[in-house]
Design a protein around this ligand. Structure first.
Ligand code: SLL
Length: 154
């Protein structure tokens, strides 16, 4: 009954990965250090107000592939050797009465090479990270009144 009618609420989100090549500190299984994250593109909005937890699902080669975070920053930092597709499940706060949102993100360790002849120095670089970020908007249809007003408050 407390759902608003003919209303949509929109929550902008940004998610992605940032990866650094480890250079001389590399070993066979740890060539890169990366962070997979979910954040608000609006620095004044605290995503923690809307989210009860974020579950990051990593590749099964990680010893603990499921990582749950109940407060910001919603991110996981790891070291590894390969690119893979991770999933990010957002569980909204109970009072929202919304189904969870599932995102996927390909963790990118290597930059796009312009040409096969590209200088390896351009991707074997320990100071320039490889960033892959997406911007998206979660749409809540006929949201609960309290959830809607919370999303509108900065
Ligand atoms: C594949 N793309 O499809 C590869 C999988 C998995 C990467 C890459 C584990 C690190 C660790 C890691 O980096 N896995 O064991 O700590 O086969």
């Amino acid at each position: 009954p407390s759902r608003l009618e003919n209303t949509t609420a929109i929550l902008p989100i940004a998610y992605g990965s940032i990866a650094f090549y480890l250079g001389p500190q590399s070993d066979e299984y740890h060539t890169h250090k990366w962070t997979l994250y979910l954040r608000s593109p609006d620095p004044n909005f605290d995503l923690g107000k809307a989210i009860s937890k974020v579950v990051f699902q990593l590749h099964p080669s990680f010893s603990v592939p499921t990582r749950e975070l109940t407060e910001p920053p919603f991110e996981v930092t790891e070291s590894g050797w390969g690119e893979f597709e991770a999933s990010i499940r957002i569980v909204w706060r109970d009072e929202a009465e919304e189904r969870s949102t599932i995102l996927t993100h390909g963790i990118k360790l290597y930059p796009n090479r312009a040409a096969p002849s590209a200088d390896p120095a351009s991707y074997m670089n320990t100071t320039v990270p490889v960033v892959s970020e997406k911007y998206d908007e979660v749409v809540f249809t006929n949201p609960k009144l309290e959830f809607h007003s919370m999303l509108l408050s900065a």
